[in-house]
Write a protein of this length. Structure first.
Length: 266
């Protein structure tokens, strides 16, 4: 793992958001990689509930300022950065007034999914990738956490497939138990197709958790089980996959993720 680069992309990371299995893993795994001699950069959305002053976020002017086209709309990209105290880990925050200013994450106060989560996902996906390109930081592994990151494998293998900075990058998706609680806008397929992505997206006619994760599995190079309770359909797809897979039981070992990356992708 010495000097290998791992890009960690998550919908939530401690200490910036409350502790969940996903937010803890999104901190713990890159720390283990750093301790093993690797290099990490973490990306997450800059939700409005994150206290910028307390966590000392600051805008990176040289990275901000570009517009991302989302379904024929120009949306300004703002990049902020902070360092996790006492750790050698930088966290980059993808921000946009329209998509991330609100004080909730992915669900409103009543627990319903935000109706524009599909566009927020596309914006986050493009924003991370364009920022990594600006940083000229070529990751050996891209490790994804959460259904909000499920479009990354598709975009990496299609929209950004010819970009030399990602030429040798391997995509690993961690699959968590379902916590989406609804479906995204059924026009998601059309919004992806706007980016000239011609992959068969018929499975996204009703874009729920299983459909998003199945799409991520199809376009990933490896899988990590971050739980052991999934729907029958998703379980069958996982079991049918021939891609390197770290089981939930194995993932409990302290060096499991580092060993998995070393053995299968480095």
């Amino acid at each position: 793992m010495q000097n290998k680069k791992v890009l960690v992309i998550s919908s939530e990371v401690i200490p910036y958001l409350p502790q969940t299995e996903r937010s803890i893993n999104s901190f713990k795994i890159p720390k283990q990689i750093n301790d093993a001699g690797g290099q990490t950069r973490i990306f997450m959305p800059r939700y409005g509930l994150i206290n910028e002053r307390r966590h000392q976020l600051h805008e990176v002017i040289r990275l901000s300022g570009m517009n991302l086209v989302i379904n024929d709309m120009d949306m300004p990209l703002i990049i902020k950065v902070a360092s996790i105290p006492k750790e050698r880990m930088q966290v980059y925050f993808i921000d946009n007034e329209e998509y991330f200013k609100r004080k909730e994450m992915l669900h409103d106060k009543e627990g319903a999914l935000f109706p524009d989560n599909d566009e927020r996902m596309i914006f986050f996906t493009k924003g991370v990738i364009e920022t990594v390109k600006k940083l000229n930081w070529s990751p050996d592994i891209i490790h994804l956490h959460g259904w909000f990151t499920a479009l990354f494998p598709l975009y990496m293998k299609t929209y950004f497939s010819q970009d030399p900075i990602f030429e040798h990058s391997k995509i690993v998706t961690s699959i968590y138990p379902e916590d989406m609680g609804g479906t995204l806008d059924p026009n998601l397929r059309d919004k992806i197709a706007f980016d000239q992505i011609t992959t068969d997206l018929s499975s996204l006619a009703t874009p729920g958790y299983d459909q998003l994760m199945q799409l991520a599995i199809d376009h990933s190079d490896g899988l990590v089980m971050a739980g052991d309770k999934f729907s029958t359909e998703l379980t069958q797809q996982i079991e049918a996959s021939t891609k390197p897979t770290l089981s939930f039981a194995e993932s409990k070992e302290e060096t499991a993720h580092v060993d998995f990356f070393n053995t299968n992708f480095l």
